[in-house]
Write a protein that binds this ligand. Sequence first.
Ligand code: 8YV
Length: 324
Amino acid sequence: MKPRILVSRAVFPEVISRLAGHFEVDDNQADVILGVEGLKVRLADKVGALTAATDPLTAAVIAAAPKLKAVCNFAVGYNNIDLAACSGAGVMATNTPGVLDDTTADLAWALLMATARRLPAAERWLRNGEWKGWEFVQWLGTDVHHATLGILGMGRIGQTVARRALGFDMKVIYHKRTPLAAETEAACRATWVDKATLLRESDFLVLLLPYTPENHHLIGAAELALMKPTAHLINVARGGIVDDEALISALRQRRLCGAGLDVYEGEPKFNPGFLELDNVALTPHIGSSSRATRMAMAMTAADNLIAALSGQRPPNLLNPDVLA
Ligand code: 8YV
């Protein structure tokens, strides 16, 4: 009998077929959100699972799955997984780094351009039939070229965003705890600055760091107050890094010029205050959402699960202590 696994969300049929070659698959192609209780039920008899960043793999869920050996997120972020609980229960956890860098960097740029040039509000205005004629001072935006791009969290995706700035002749500054190696900095044409300088000098500040308890509300009222009133904030990382209430207040009072957001506190619900603002570009957590990249993410997660359940070390193991 093949080992039983769960695929917690709807994925491409090709992914199910690949897994079915190795496992007996309990899929969720109906895409019902399982939540804590649903996961407890569906994982009770499983040795492995392909999971999404929307699945809460809490200590209680892990405890309710006594046969579980591996959970493989099809996401690079893994703040949905209690890694300590996994290690304690002998469960390997994996993610999908690398395969979504370019696609997520592209969306960061799309949101940056959209908020800079006020695309969502201008399009709404046009669609509403409000365009009565061309005017010299209509829909003035912010120039992207030759501006200063700031990146907070300069990992793989941050570096990919930085490299795209060359074509816009931008100055690139970044902050992360440990500065990059000199040759990596040179490849990104980026300069390390402290966090306060990053906030003060960026015309466009892109957040690209993981959500951890330490990063909760890393950008709040005090940080937003340091930013230029002409600046724009772009978040394609995780909700919770930004204090959304403080951001809405800064945008409403034009203490900040604009924002491009793909992630929110409490997704999929989010603060309705955003909907009243005309200086935001909003997308529904689609950073990695191209067909090719979502396929690569799911196949990477499948590779990890196949390796983990065949006695090998999965390529993207997050909790190596589990092997000790
Ligand atoms: C995922 C993401 O698509 O990989 C991540 O961390 O945020 C996205 O690429 C999303 O989390 C759903 O799994």
